[in-house]
Design a protein around this ligand. Structure first.
Ligand SMILES: *Cc1c(COP(=O)(O)O)cnc(C)c1O
Length: 381
C-alpha cells in the first residue's frame, strides 16, 4: 500500500526528485513587480503595492477592509488587541493548531483555554466550546467572565485547519450568546468558503498569512480582514506605529507597532494574487485525485466539510493508528515523498501545558493519525 502511495504521488508530481509538502510557484509578474520596487526606490513600508495588495484582497474575499502586516502572527497579535484582549484575560482557542495562534494570545498577556476538535473537521468543536461556556461562563454587563478564575473571557479564536472551514456559523452563534469577540485564524484558508462566504469574515476580524508555504506567498506577510470600519482603522493605526497623520510631526498617540508590510513583499503578493484563482482550481484537482485514490482502504482522505469549499492548502489523510502513521511517514519520506504528521497539541507544549482545557477526545485521536501529503500547485507536465 505505501509503495502505491509513493508511486501515485510521483505520478502527480513527475518532474521532482524529492517531492516537497508545499513549494511556492512563481510564474507570474513576481520579478517584474519586484523590479518596479527597486527602480522606484519604494522598497519599504510605504508604496503603491501595499495599497494595491489590500485592494486585491478586498476584491477577492469581499471584505470591506484589509490591512497588510509583516506576517500572519503579527496580524493575529493585532487582531487580538483591536477586539480588546487585555493582559490577565482568557482567550478560547483550539488545542490542535499551529503554535502561532497560541503564541499571539500570550503576546497580549492573556492565557489560552483549549477546546477540542470537531468530529467532522479538524477545527474547533462548537459542542466542546458551548460545553465549556455553559459550565464556566457568566455574563456581567456586556462581557463574559470565567466564574472560577474570575478572569474575563476576551475572545474566541477558531482556526480553519489546512484550509478546511470550521463550523463558523455555530461558533459565531455561541460567541454572540456569550458576548465574546470572534477572531478567525484564516491563515491557512485563503480561497476557502463557508456557505459561499470567504473564511475570516464571520467574526469581528479574520487574519491571513503569506508565509513561504501558504497558498499565496510573498516571502513573509499577513493581512487583517474585516467588515468593521472602526476595527480596520484601529488595525492600520497600531500597525503603523500609532502615528497621527501629519506632514512632518512625529506624534504617536499610543504604543504602536512596526507591523506594516514592506512594498517589496506586497509586490510579490500582488503577482501571486493574480494567479490565485488558478492555484485554487489546480489544488482542488489535486484533492480530487487524492480523494479518488483513497476511496477504498483503511486510509481515509480528509475531505471538506458539508456546504464548504476548501482551498485544500494541505491534503491530509487519517490512518487507523499511531503505528500505521509512523510506518507511512517512515516509508514515504525515505522514498522521496515528503509527508508530515499534524502539529503536537498545544497542551503538550511547555508554554501552554498548564492552560485550561476541555477533554480532548477528538484532538487526541487526530494528533496521532493525521498525515499531510504533498500539495503544491502542479505545473503542466
Ligand atoms: C502560518 C500560520 C500562522 C502564522 O503566519 P506567519 O505568517 O507564519 O506568521 C498563524 N496561524 C496558522 C494556523 C498558520 O498556519
Amino acid at each position: 500500500m505505501y509503495k502505491n502511495i509513493v508511486e501515485f504521488v510521483k505520478d502527480l508530481y513527475p518532474s521532482k526528485e524529492f517531492i516537497p509538502l508545499h513549494a511556492p510557484v512563481f510564474q507570474g509578474n513576481e520579478k517584474k513587480y519586484l523590479n518596479d520596487c527597486i527602480d522606484s526606490t519604494f522598497v519599504s513600508s510605504v508604496g503603491e503595492y501595499v495599497n494595491k495588495f489590500e485592494k486585491m484582497m478586498c476584491d477577492y474575499t469581499k471584505a470591506k477592509y484589509a490591512v497588510a502586516t509583516t506576517n500572519g502572527t503579527s496580524a493575529l497579535h493585532t487582531a487580538l488587541m483591536i477586539v480588546g484582549v487585555e493582559p490577565g484575560t482568557e482567550v478560547l482557542s483550539q488545542a490542535l493548531t499551529f503554535v502561532a495562534t497560541a503564541n499571539a494570545i500570550s503576546y497580549v498577556g492573556a492565557t489560552p483555554i483549549f477546546i477540542d476538535s470537531a468530529v467532522n473537521n479538524l477545527g474547533m468543536c462548537p459542542e466542546s466550546l458551548e460545553e465549556f461556556l455553559n459550565a464556566n461562563a457568566q455574563i456581567i454587563g456586556e462581557q463574559a467572565f470565567n466564574k472560577i478564575s474570575k478572569k474575563r473571557i476576551s475572545a474566541c479564536v477558531p482556526m480553519h485547519v489546512f484550509g478546511n472551514p470550521v463550523d463558523i456559523n455555530s461558533i459565531q452563534k455561541i460567541c454572540k450568546k456569550f458576548k465574546i469577540p470572534l477572531v478567525e485564524d484564516a491563515a491557512e484558508s485563503l480561497g476557502s468558503y463557508y456557505h459561499n462566504e470567504h473564511t475570516g469574515l464571520k467574526g469581528d476580524v479574520g487574519i491571513l498569512s503569506f508565509n513561504g508555504n501558504k497558498v499565496v506567498t510573498c516571502g513573509g506577510g499577513g493581512m487583517i480582514i474585516t467588515n468593521n470600519e472602526q476595527l480596520a482603522k484601529k488595525a492600520k493605526h497600531i500597525t503603523t506605529t500609532a502615528k497621527q497623520p501629519h506632514k512632518w510631526e512625529f506624534y504617536h498617540d499610543e504604543v504602536g507597532y512596526n507591523y506594516r508590510l514592506p512594498n517589496i513583499n506586497a509586490a510579490m503578493a500582488c503577482a501571486q494574487m493574480e494567479q490565485l484563482e488558478g492555484f485554487i482550481i489546480n489544488k482542488r484537482q489535486t484533492a480530487d485525485a487524492y480523494r479518488k485514490f483513497f476511496s477504498n482502504g483503511n486510509i481515509k482522505f480528509v475531505d471538506e466539510s458539508k456546504d464548504c469549499q476548501s482551498n485544500f492548502w494541505l491534503n491530509a489523510v487519517e490512518v487507523e493508528s499511531k503505528e500505521a502513521r509512523d510506518e507511512l511517514l517512515e516509508y514515504t519520506n525515505k522514498n522521496g515523498v515528503m509527508t508530515r504528521p499534524i502539529w503536537r497539541l498545544m497542551t503538550e507544549l511547555p508554554a501552554f501545558a498548564h492552560s485550561l482545557k476541555m477533554p480532548m477526545k477528538n484532538a487526541e485521536k487526530y494528533v496521532n493519525t493525521i498525515v499531510n501529503l504533498p500539495s503544491s500547485v502542479r505545473l503542466p507536465k
